[in-house]
Design a protein around this ligand. Sequence first.
Ligand SMILES: C[S@@+](CC[C@H](N)C(=O)[O-])C[C@H]1O[C@@H](n2cnc3c(N)ncnc32)[C@H](O)[C@@H]1O
Length: 361
Amino acid sequence: MKKNLIRYPQSLQRDNLYAHSSADELLLEHLEQQNLALSTKILIINDQFGALSYHLSSYNIEAYTDSYMSHRSIEINTNQSTKQFFDLSDISQNSKEYDLVLCYLPKNHSFLEDILAILSQSLKPHTPFIFTVMVKHMSRGHFQLIEKYIGPLTTSLAKKKARLIFSRLELPPQESPFPKYLQVDGLEHEFTQFSNIFSRDKLDIGTRFFLDHLPVDLTGEALDLACGNGILGIKFKLQNPSALVSFTDESFMAMISAKTNYRKYSFNDRGNFFWSHSAEAVKDKQFDFIMCNPPFHQGTTVSTHIAHDMFKQSYKVLKKGGSLRIVANSHLGYPSILRRNFKKVSILASNKKFLILEAIK
Ligand SMILES: C[S@@+](CC[C@H](N)C(=O)[O-])C[C@H]1O[C@@H](n2cnc3c(N)ncnc32)[C@H](O)[C@@H]1O
């Protein structure tokens, strides 16, 4: 296993964060023993940071990921040699050709269900699947979904806390239950919720609190950073109709959800939408206002380092006098983190669980 693969973004790479896991290693060891022909056409799903794509690059591989960070890691680690898909529906165009599907099991069951349903519609019957997962992230729900959409399964022994699950497409094609739709009080149009977006089944309580604390009568440019389904930016636009709002998220489905939801309204513009790590895609713009409900994990790893990076990047893309407004769990200590970059940080509102913080450049 090549150890020095890049975990994008490199600026956040840490000694204890690796671009591969023992789930990758176990799958690669298993494949090595199979003596697959080099012509084997393999679809790799959810390759976390490109370790699978890199090590399997001598086969005929294609990769699907919803994560911008995974996409860039795969691109860098395989020297742009891997064909990638970001839109789940694009897989179905040529999936009849795959001889083998490898999938790093996502923790999010809705996302897995969507992927399996789409593949059930378009793969050749009997196509083999191998799923890999860290045992601590594996659940009965994963097994039930594989048995519901693909077929009977068997598992490997656990090794270094990882396990493989084997199955074959034996079941008839099935419809995906996604996207789903969510009506939010006070907003005219229902939200289209794709399977891998944050809080797909109901409005998040932090978001709900933030919706009551968005500014009014601002003009100029605003950014909904880490936009999810776009709800904050849409509510902001309703209250500030002459402002131009940009939306960024590292989940492709989130970015598409935000775009779909924004365009249900008769706004005076079509908005700007970017699939991006943090504010990277808008680094050449200058904003008057940024709103953010920051993420508290990267993939399956709980962490605030992405949020800290978002605060730094926000500072860079704000005009002088512009402001970053966030909602955050009160225990996270964000006021002092924000003060590392911003001169003036204040608490605009609080409840038992959350703070609304404003940082002015
Ligand atoms: C707590 S959710 C907030 C979503 C939405 N703004 C809301 O309030 O409902 C955080 C969002 O951050 C996104 N995210 C995670 N890591 C990111 C990154 N590195 N760059 C941009 N967005 C990221 C997630 O996909 C998720 O949509």
